[in-house]
Write a protein that binds this ligand. Structure first.
Ligand SMILES: Nc1ncnc2c1ncn2[C@@H]1O[C@H](COP(=O)(O)OP(=O)(O)OP(=O)(O)O)[C@@H](O)[C@H]1O
Ligand SMILES: [Mg+2]
Length: 263
């Protein structure tokens, strides 16, 4: 099962990703948690001590240079477009307890014309490998864009979850992401409404995004903020918040049971 999580900044992508990682792990699955957001904090969300000290893959200059056969730190020049990446999950994923391993991708500095630099090629190939070739559950916490996904991988993504909160900007971002997804042939897109304070909030979301499927809703819960501050989120949610998250995870796992192409 391959899941990517996207949405506007601060909507709750990392919170949801961390919960899903733990949820699948608790059901005995091997899970690869991928932090594909340059402002990496999925490790923190998972309660992993020392998460902020993990060196992101894009910052591993020697590795990037070796695999892409490029000159370290260079933008121009030649480099390999299909670097070897299949050994990287074993080498670089950090054990995070309960069958979970974490990979931190890191950011890529933008070049003048788009971004075809050795780092971005390595990351893109790595994401493609994770989605096409791995048997684990892969959960990818992404930024608002879906740059790491490409046409080659899109049909093997079981679900692109777009997290939305009650607010116009978050809805606009969701629509934009949905459009980008369509451009690369990714059709399995579903929404999660987060920080929902009332029936009115919920209605705002379902009406603004009436054409899209919602996996479920998570209430606004100060307990999540407190737990985040203490780095213990996924274990400590309860009540309606847990019910909302459980429903999302259940809906998600039944989605993956529908027919999927095999790479
Ligand atoms: N349901 C909720 N109720 C209250 N606070 C929440 C809820 N979900 C997330 N938060 C809080 O909102 C903040 C942002 O959440 P989170 O880091 O998960 O978002 P994000 O989309 O990953 O952000 P970023 O774009 O910065 O990576 C955190 O402080 C988190 O504790
Ligand atoms: Mg985040």
């Amino acid at each position: 099962m391959k899941i990517a999580v996207s949405g506007k900044g601060g909507v709750g992508k990392t919170t949801l990703s961390a919960f899903l990682v733990k949820w699948f792990a608790e059901r005995g699955k091997k899970v690869l948690a991928i932090d594909a957001d340059p402002d990496a904090n999925l490790g923190h969300g998972l309660g992993l001590k020392g998460a902020k000290d993990i060196l992101p893959i894009s910052k591993m200059k020697e590795l990037v240079a070796e695999r892409t056969e490029s000159t370290p730190g260079s933008f121009g020049g030649f480099f390999k477009l299909n670097p070897k990446v299949d050994d990287l999950p074993e080498k670089l994923a950090v054990p995070s307890g309960n069958g979970v391993r974490l990979m931190v991708m890191g950011g890529v500095k933008k070049g003048g014309t788009g971004c075809v630099c050795p780092e971005s090629i390595l990351l893109k190939n790595l994401v493609q490998h994770l989605i096409l070739r791995r048997n684990e559950v892969v959960i990818m916490d992404m930024e608002a864009g879906i740059e790491h996904l490409g046409r080659a991988t899109s049909q093997y993504v079981d679900c692109l979850i777009v997290v939305v909160e009650p607010g116009r900007r978050s809805v606009d971002t969701a629509l934009k992401i949905k459009e980008l997804a369509g451009d690369i042939g990714l059709t399995k897109v579903a929404l999660v409404g987060n920080k929902v304070r009332s029936e009115k909030d919920r209605q705002f979301l379902t009406e603004s995004l009436s054409e899209y499927q919602f996996l479920g809703f998570i209430p606004y819960d100060e307990g999540i903020i407190d737990a985040d501050l203490n780095g213990v989120f996924a274990d400590s949610v309860e009540g309606r918040t847990r019910d909302g998250l459980e429903e999302i995870a259940q809906n998600l796992s039944s989605m993956s049971k529908s027919t999927n192409p095999q790479p």
